[in-house]
Design a protein around this ligand. Structure first.
Ligand SMILES: Cc1ncc(COP(=O)(O)O)c(C=O)c1O
Length: 406
């Protein structure tokens, strides 16, 4: 006899605290926005909502670019889109590689038939401006400079304003990964002259994963318009996407007459919209300050436990803290203890830093006192469970001191 199949079961995820490299915790307010009734993707009310959303993205990016859209994809596809829309086979792009995501950019360029000029820096260090300057001098025919402003794999910021300026001076476009930056640290697309910029919904915007805000300026659109070959991807072709998100005169200021391109993830867009309302209600500067304050509180608490951050102070990202593992501590055992006993997720190190660092995220809704305290308490317990001798009970007062003396 056939074994009776178990009836299908609904899925109820456990309630976790997400303090890794993203996705981050989503506030009940943003989650609730997702459960509002679905509209058709060409419904006038839905289109009005996306117009609002685009305006809020312009504010968050600090840009007046009319081509500012939420791409229906994870940020990796936005990275790919930025590259393949400006690159034609055989063209060169200079890529700064100081972590996983710079490497991903160069892989995409190669796959698209482009030539990579790599500027490599040690993982965990910021991008060396002199090396970039040298590469630009040696390769004046490169069409673009690509770099990651906030490297999530290492917790390192780079000097986006200086890098974009170098690209512009050499008449190259800049492709700038702002996935972890947007909403968490200062970002000025127009003032810094960033040309193709993309982000992700799941980091400091604290919206559900799977959407990629992007903004593209006139310089970049001009290069796209001058292509002699079609963009190899139908889905990621900015001309076609523009017809949907901006209307048929997409690249000339936008209109509401939209052409069907794909069925947008309606409910996720409600959530992204709400997350931007939350961000702008708080104010960008206030959000940056909150991320910085929580980062300093976490740092103080960890330091009181004898654990230090690994990135040079000047280049640390407040929203992604790379933490050195104490000697002889079992990385996987600690993270598993945190998850099982405290329902807390933190990130492991990647590549060369695997087993050497943890990555603790303080992003968006996750950058709050409650999370800092929870993380310190849970980590203290997990380390004690490993037999790691520490000065118990000192972490929280140290963090609290930072928060009360702000
Ligand atoms: C800096 C950076 N770029 C790109 C990505 C890729 O984003 P996604 O996982 O949404 O494709 C990530 C994801 O963590 C990231 O941190």
């Amino acid at each position: 006899m056939n074994k009776q199949a178990t009836p299908p079961q609904s899925f109820y995820p456990p309630s976790r605290r997400l303090m890794g490299p993203g996705p981050t915790d989503i506030s009940p307010r943003v989650l609730a926005a997702m459960s509002r009734p679905t509209l058709g993707h060409l419904d006038p009310d839905f289109i009005d909502m996306t117009e609002d959303l685009k305006q809020m993205l312009q504010q968050a990016f600090k840009t007046e670019n009319s081509y500012t859209i939420p791409l229906s994809s994870p940020a990796s596809a936005a990275m790919e889109a930025a590259i393949i829309n400006i690159l034609e086979p055989g063209e060169k792009i200079i890529v700064c590689r100081n972590g996983v995501f710079g490497m991903r950019m160069s892989d995409i360029i190669e796959r698209a038939g482009g030539e990579v000029v790599a500027v490599d820096d040690e993982w965990g260090k910021t991008i060396d401006l002199q090396k970039v300057e040298d590469a630009i001098k040696q390769h004046p025919d490169a069409i673009a400079l690509a770099f990651v402003y906030a490297e999530t794999s290492t917790g390192v910021r780079s000097d986006a304003a200086a890098l974009a300026k170098m690209a512009r001076t050499a008449d190259m476009l800049s492709i700038v990964d702002c996935v972890t930056a947007l909403g968490g640290i200062d970002l000025r697309v127009d003032e810094w002259g960033l040309d193709l910029v993309y982000s992700g919904s799941q980091k400091c915007l604290a919206a559900p994963p799977g959407l990629a805000p992007m903004t593209i300026n006139e310089r970049a659109l001009k290069k796209i318009a001058s292509r002699s070959t079609k963009v190899q991807s139908w889905f990621l072709d900015f001309n076609l996407l523009g017809g949907y998100f901006q209307g048929s005169d997409a690249n000339k200021g936008g209109s509401k007459k939209r052409a069907y391109h794909h069925t947008a993830p309606i409910n996720s867009l409600y959530a992204l919209h709400e997350s931007l309302v939350v961000l702008l209600e708080e104010g960008l500067d206030a959000s940056f300050k909150r991320h910085q304050l929580m980062h300093l509180a976490l740092e103080a608490g960890l330091s009181a436990m004898g654990i230090e951050l690994t990135v040079d102070k000047e280049w640390r990202l407040p929203q992604l803290n790379s933490v050195g593992l104490p000697d002889s501590v079992d990385d996987a055992a600690v993270r598993s203890h945190l998850l099982k006993e405290h329902s807390l997720e933190i990130g492991a190190g990647l590549g060369a830093s695997a087993g050497k660092i943890w990555r603790i995220g303080l992003m968006g809704y996750g950058a709050r006192q409650e999370n800092v305290f929870h993380c310190l308490t849970a980590l203290e317990d997990a380390l004690a469970n490993q037999g790691f001798v520490l000065t118990a009970g000192k972490a929280l007062p140290a963090a609290r001191k930072v928060l009360t003396n702000k």
